[in-house]
Design a protein around this ligand. Sequence first.
Ligand code: URA
Length: 221
Amino acid sequence: MTDTSPNAPIPSAIPPVVLDHPLVRHKLTRLRQASTSTAGFRRLTRELSLLMCYEATRDLAVEPIEIETPLERMEGWALSGKKLCFVSVLRAGNGILDGMLDLVPAARVGHVGLYRDPNTLEAVEYYLKFPEDVAERDCIVVDPMLATGHSAAAAIDRVKAAGVTNIVFVCLLASPEGVAHMNERHPDVKIVTCAIDRELDDHGYIRPGLGDAGDRLFGTK
Ligand code: URA
């Protein structure tokens, strides 16, 4: 029977990919700990970003190429699809960029800055910059926390408006509410995350979560 309740999953949405790996569990647990220093938080975020990037790029196209090893000719593989653009949702998304660029150093980078209007609660854009050829690229949008999902969805609106058709969203942590919002607004966008936590609290924090990712990354609290 079809589930028609308001919380019913949208059948066509791509299921989120939760990284199920001992290193991810270990590093994410260290990241969550309140006692982890700013330097430790940054290092762990970078390491987790590498692992998330590995998963987020899983479907990139490759083609066979002939190469010569020191011993003989062989058929290897080269990336053959569209080039990549990472899009950071300011400011905390920048903490994830470094690890991503370690793995794909030739990628271009775009930035989206949004704040929430306290009266309308709408996401208001204060900064937007994409590479000129972004429409010819696949995009990986990065923001550490998928909380309400409103800013992620609004950032992806901008990326789609720029002509991008293939988008993956990468975050360290997601809330069930954030995943549901993204599934509704952007069912074609795959979410890659290290964990989906229990809930979003009344202040918009993911619980149990890791606190304010931006403050912990930049030492602003
Ligand atoms: N943003 C954060 O940094 N942390 C949360 O828990 C939710 C949103």
